[in-house]
Design a protein around this ligand. Structure first.
Ligand code: GLC
Length: 488
């Protein structure tokens, strides 16, 4: 099958959140299964260019109609971790992708509306007729709308569109003027059945447009698929998802075990697997040395995350104090685009400066992240909501017991040691429900208790988690089934 993924992010070169890892991991898995897979990204100035192999200009005559102009673009090609990628580079006064950041600009809806149109124009002009166009999040949601209302008439009758929702909190709610810019007549598209926002009568909702016009919509875990149809986690799109429920489902994300695997992770001081678990503790000692933590008989509880409200920052802060007061060491690696949140963590760091059991690192560093996954005993993921979550799956693979709030994809991947309905050998962590300190404490208390009182059971819990297969193996088959279904 010929699949083109159109996306605002792809690891490792354009990475803000988990979406980037998902696109890279899925694209790679689909291609090693014999499909022709290509990715289309904007050519951002702030990408990690040293991670692109063989970058060259391959197309210099792409003209994209936008508002009352024709915008000239160059298209580059390169490989990223074995994935083929085209990069669209527009030349205009808008300077769309040379802003020094991926998102956070006032004209984000316009920047990505342009990108969606340019991706289609590129496919048309270069004669690409993929079987499937796979779009990701609101940034590319206009693509199916444009495909069926403009490009179909220009001969692109073959491709079918799958649209994946990674986070309903961000929907691309914006002004109607965007439609005119991409050549769509507002009179035709601004109504309840199409792009009109369900709550703001003066706004359009790009994600809604993607849901209405795509041939299939997925989200990144089965449980989140339920939540966004039936609760406030749908952020106003519940009704739209019900109306289109016949072409909607949850597919659990995977992680790429070529990248996340303690048996081969070349950054680790010591490799290990479920059958050589003792070597994990060489990494624990290395982590302590690196962060100047005291060597003592205590578990290390860690957090590695983007410090976003979604991730439960208040509970993370409470977790630090609770862990230190209950015989644990605590390590955090994370940063926020919001300076206010960073300052809160810097204040706690300052307050705990002389505590030999604690280290907070308010930044991001891939190599340190890996040492933390490998060197800690437990990892906290107390999210307020979580479409899928990748860190708990990485933690499981690295033999670090996840302590999670049972929400979204966390509930699909972590099964409580005490209360799960699953058999013992399938239980792999600790879960809590209530989004408050007592909820968090109830799970931390049980996890810490097991570590101290029944170390052999704690070890079994670790091994249960390491034996799960959360690679792209199953999800890729699931996506291929969906692609085949809509292709017919
Ligand atoms: C978003 C979600 C996260 C998910 C990721 C990849 O970042 O917040 O839960 O794992 O997308 O789909």
């Amino acid at each position: 099958m010929y699949i083109v993924m159109v996306t605002p992010e792809c690891a490792p070169v354009a990475k803000v959140g988990g979406l980037s890892d998902v696109v890279q991991g899925l694209a790679y898995e689909l291609s090693i299964r014999g499909n022709a897979v290509e990715v289309i990204l904007p050519k951002y100035d702030c990408m990690w260019y040293d991670r692109i192999w063989g970058l060259e200009k391959v197309f210099s005559d792409l003209w994209v109609p936008f508002h009352d102009q024709q915008i000239h673009c160059d298209v580059y090609f390169g490989f990223m971790e074995g994935v083929k990628c085209f990069f669209i580079d527009p030349h205009s006064d808008h300077n769309f992708f040379n802003r020094g950041q991926f998102y956070g600009e006032n004209d984000d809806p316009q920047r990505f509306a342009f990108f969606s149109k340019a991706a289609l124009e590129f496919m048309l002009q270069s004669g690409k007729h993929p079987d499937i166009i796979h779009c990701h999040d609101w940034q590319t949601a206009l693509l199916p709308v444009l495909l069926y209302s403009q490009y179909w008439h220009r001969g692109m009758t073959h491709p079918r569109v799958c649209f994946t929702l990674h986070n309903l909190k961000h929907q691309g709610i914006t002004g109607k003027f965007i439609l005119r810019q991409v050549g769509l007549n507002p009179a035709e598209f601004v109504n309840q059945e199409r792009l009109l926002d369900n709550f703001n009568p003066h706004a359009i909702n790009l994600m809604k447009g993607g849901i209405v016009y795509s041939n299939f919509i997925t989200t990144v875990s089965p449980n989140y698929a339920q939540e966004i149809q039936n609760s406030g986690f749908g952020y106003g799109l519940q009704h739209t998802l019900h109306v289109h429920g016949g072409k909607f489902g949850g597919v659990l994300n995977g992680i790429d075990y070529n990248m996340w695997n303690p048996e081969i992770d070349h950054t680790l001081p010591s490799h290990y697997s479920a059958d050589s678990l003792d070597n994990k503790y060489v990494n624990k000692e290395a982590l302590r040395n690196r962060l100047l933590l005291q060597h003592n008989y205590k578990p290390i509880i860690s957090v590695v995350t983007r410090l976003d409200e979604q991730k439960g920052v208040g509970l993370i802060q409470h977790g630090i104090h609770y862990a230190l007061a209950h015989g644990c060491q605590f390590v955090l690696l994370g940063t926020s685009p919001d300076p206010e949140i960073n300052n809160q963590f810097l204040a706690i760091k300052h307050q705990l400066n002389n505590n030999p059991d604690c280290h907070l690192e308010i930044s991001y560093n891939d190599e340190l992240a890996r040492l933390i996954y490998a060197g800690s005993d437990m990892m906290l993921v107390p999210s307020a909501f979580e479409p899928c979550g990748l860190s708990q799956m990485i933690a499981l693979k690295y033999g670090t017991v996840p302590i999670v709030r049972s929400v979204g994809g966390l509930a699909d991947t972590v099964f409580d040691a005490d209360y799960s309905h699953r058999p013992y050998h399938e239980r792999n962590g600790y879960c809590f429900q209530d989004l408050n300190n007592e909820g968090l404490e109830s799970a931390m208390h049980r996890a810490i208790g097991l570590w101290y009182t029944y170390p052999q059971y704690f070890r079994e819990l670790i091994q249960n988690g390491m034996r799960y297969d959360y690679s792209w193996n199953y999800p890729a088959v699931h996506y291929l089934n969906i692609f085949n279904y809509i292709k017919e």
